[in-house]
Design a protein around this ligand. Structure first.
Ligand code: BGC
Length: 756
């Protein structure tokens, strides 16, 4: 933060009540209000997560009006599959540089909500179904963006996992999944990267609007995590401005036309709002003006420019790394670019790429390259094309399918582009099956020529069960941004080695998904009934069949893992190291994934949970030692009774491998936990007393003495079978039984002994 004499933060005392209130809401759709007399500048905030959407005219927040051209990087569904924080930091830097060049002070992203259901309409804008992966990648994006003097806006805080009724729905979620799944990613990004702004979501959480949830915006975000930035509302998320301000919502966007500013002034004047609360919010706006001053000045001086070619090249690199090779029977891929036989490229998405989703994240790309042209440029043989379907049309079109059959019949190899229809902010998906037109085309093409590789373009997962057994190879291409076409062609022909790994499970059926019975809720409430068991946490715990597991992704080379070793870290976490060798003949990336579980835990736990990972690049024959730290915080569980994180001590099972279902090595690691000994009371059970270091001997002595004196109830309480029958009774209840050895005097004596 700039603390020079010109610092905007210093101007707070000189501002009037009205000026301070005016600072806390927008001037229009995208800018904050200036205070001209005091020299406080307006700040420009624009979307979004995978490209800068700066609108020159015709403002809206749902992607309807065009914006100034900007590099369209792969949306988060693609970026999440790279599992590579270093790459995402570079994408973040590029996003920050473009924002900076456009005079943008805050870029409204990244979006890091958990993909609770594959039906979530904005899943393409989110990174993963796992909070650790989400948090590490989100932190890298934030650090990259902010390295350019531009603020990130971590969104949508919090528990915004569906579009249905998104402005009112209450996400009703228990304390543990709330902390361990839905907030953990936010916690990681805030503590690791300190975003300059956090955007509160539209929805309610356990009945309270995020925009006026003091627990969320102040107690947790600032009190527990140490957030020092500003909270901005999602566009139109404010329900009650004065209540929101008091809860910790600093800036309302977009403009309320001055209406809510007046409410704030009124509330201060009539004493219902402490002026100090307004001062705090206004100070945070001024602090943001300070933090972003240098970038604004650079843009005004014309000194902030970016290299569009270099950013396109980075978009290409990110797209290559986002592609996941789901299946590759008998080395069907890569295709030989020099093979003589004709190639048939089928599917309109090869010519008209489906490269991003709809809504506020919609970017106007600086250029757009399709896969068809790139395939033509790479293959020496003749390439024929048939569109096969019309995007946006579900019903199969006979003439297009007939043309595709012709093309497939005359070809040596077929590359078939299929995918989902438009996915967008604002509404959820209704299913995960391919559109009927794509399914029929697939069947017809496979009947004509089984030498077919399928390339998928989709934001949320699509079902592959029911058809992928018929094809030798499947590439999951997600939405790949403006350079997705050449990236796909390079992977198809082996110029690039696919290294993406699934950041979300591909389930066999929609009916198998954990939130299936609880999505999207009713009467503006949605119950998160699956609790902790989101994504692979559910499938692995239930040992269910899935089409492709979390973390899965093939390569054109092979990797061997060996030599798992563990040591303790200074913070009480675990450091592991693994030797990874590239045993094939191509360079490539391996993603090493570390999962833990605690057999015999006193807490409900998923079968395994990702706690760390690393991306490593290896030349053929090369071996590297990969080191991964599992943070103590990540190993902790939320103790709902104590209302805090605790680390349960014990022998953890550490599983290290290449997907949640491809564990290559495991080890047992002793972790020292927190002291969880609860003070004993007469309400504690007999078993709790017996397990306690002081209570156990004390109560045993009482019972043994009484038993020796012939007390039958005491004998029962000593007998192992008797204990298993009534050991769960609190002492007060046992004391109430006729003839109990636990007389009031005995209880008093016991309490005295354990309180010493
Ligand atoms: C979206 C946000 C976006 C904002 C501004 C809202 O509709 O939920 O993600 O940043 O609009 O466009």
């Amino acid at each position: 933060m700039i603390t020079s004499p010109e610092s905007h933060a210093d101007k707070l005392p000189s501002l009037s009540l009205e000026e301070k209130a005016s600072l806390t809401s927008g001037a229009d759709f995208w800018t904050t209000k200036p205070v001209p007399g005091a020299g406080v500048p307006p700040m420009l905030l624009t979307d979004g997560p995978h490209g800068v959407r700066r609108q020159a005219e015709g403002n809206d927040h749902v992607g309807l009006n065009a914006s100034v051209p900007a590099t369209c990087f792969p949306p988060a569904a693609g970026l999440g599959s790279t599992w590579d924080p270093e790459l995402l930091a570079r994408v973040g830097q590029a996003l920050g540089a473009e924002a900076r060049a456009g005079g943008v002070s805050v870029l409204l992203g990244p979006g890091i909500n958990i993909k609770r259901s594959p039906l979530g309409g904005r899943n393409f804008e989110y990174l993963s179904e796992d909070p650790v992966l989400t948090g590490e990648l989100g932190a890298a994006l934030v650090a990259g963006i902010q390295s350019q003097g531009v603020g990130a806006s971590l969104k949508h805080f919090a528990v915004n996992n569906q579009e249905n009724d998104r402005l009112r729905v209450s996400a009703d979620v228990d304390a543990r999944p709330l902390r361990e799944v839905y907030l953990r990613g936010f916690q990681k990004v805030v503590t690791a990267a300190q975003p300059w702004t956090v955007m509160c979501s539209y929805n309610r959480i356990n009945g309270v609007y995020a925009s006026e949830d003091a627990w969320l915006l102040t107690d947790v975000l600032r009190g527990e995590w140490g957030f020092t930035g500003l909270v901005v509302s999602d566009w139109g998320a404010v329900n009650d401005r004065v209540k929101g301000l008091a809860a910790g919502l600093d800036l309302e966007m977009p403009s309320s036309g001055g209406v809510t500013d007046a409410q704030i002034v009124e509330a201060v004047k009539d004493g219902t709002l402490d002026e100090a609360v307004l001062d705090t919010a206004a100070a945070r706006v001024l602090q943001l003006a300070d933090r972003t001053a240098e970038a604004r000045e650079a843009a005004e001086d014309g000194g902030a420019v970016y290299d569009a070619d270099a950013h396109h090249a980075l978009a290409l690199e990110a797209a290559r790394r986002s592609i996941v090779l789901l299946k590759n029977e008998d080395g069907f891929l890569p295709l030989d670019p020099d093979a003589a036989g004709r190639v048939a490229v089928i599917g309109e998405y090869a010519r008209t790429p489906r490269y991003q989703g709809g809504g506020s994240s919609l970017v106007n790309p600086t250029r757009l390259e399709n896969a068809l042209d790139a395939i033509r440029a790479l293959a020496s043989a003749e390439v024929v094309f048939a569109p096969g379907y019309t995007p946006g049309q579900d019903a199969p079109e006979e003439a297009l399918i007939a043309e595709a059959i012709e093309a497939a019949r005359g070809a040596e190899r077929v590359v078939l582009f299929l995918g989902s229809e438009l996915e967008s902010e604002g509404y959820d998906r209704t299913g995960i099956a391919l559109p009927a037109a794509h399914r029929d085309l697939l069947d017809a093409v496979l009947d004509a020529n089984p030498n077919t590789v399928v390339v998928l373009s989709n934001g949320g997962v699509v079902q592959t069960a029911g058809w992928d057994h018929r094809v030798p190879a499947v590439l999951e291409g997600w939405l790949l941004g403006q350079a997705g076409g050449p990236a796909t062609a390079e992977v198809l022909f082996g110029l690039a080695n696919p290294s993406g790994r699934l950041a979300e499970t591909v389930p066999a059926r929609l009916q198998d998904t954990p939130a299936y019975l609880d999505f999207p809720g009713e009467l503006s409430r949605v119950r998160y009934g699956e609790g902790l068991f989101v994504g692979y946490r559910y499938y692995d715990s239930r040992e269910m069949e899935v089409s492709y597991p979390f973390g899965h992704g093939l390569s054109y080379t092979t990797f061997a893992h060996a030599g798992l070793q563990t040591t303790a870290t200074a913070d009480g976490g675990v450091r592991l190291s693994v030797e990874v060798a590239n045993t094939g003949d191509r360079a490539g990336h391996e993603i090493v994934q570390a999962y833990t579980s605690l057999p015999g835990s006193a807490f409900t736990r998923p079968r395994r949970e990702l706690k760390g990972f690393a991306a490593v690049h290896l030349e053929p024959g090369q071996t590297k030692t990969v080191q991964i730290d599992l943070a103590r915080q990540d190993l902790s569980v939320w103790h709902a009774g104590l209302g805090r994180w605790i680390l349960e001590g014990g022998d953890y099972l550490l599983e290290v491998g290449a997907s949640s279902r491809d564990i290559r090595q495991s080890a047992t690691v002793r972790v020292d936990g927190d002291d969880l000994t609860q003070p004993l009371t007469t309400g504690s059970t007999l078993l709790e007393w017996l397990a306690h270091p002081a209570g156990g001997p004390a109560i045993t002595a009482v019972l043994e003495k009484a038993a020796a004196e012939g007390n039958q109830r005491a004998q029962l309480l000593i007998d192992p079978e008797g204990r298993s029958l009534i050991g769960s009774f609190p002492l007060t209840r046992l004391a109430a039984f006729p003839g109990s050895p636990l007389t009031p005097d005995a209880l008093e004596g016991l309490l005295r002994q354990v309180s010493r």
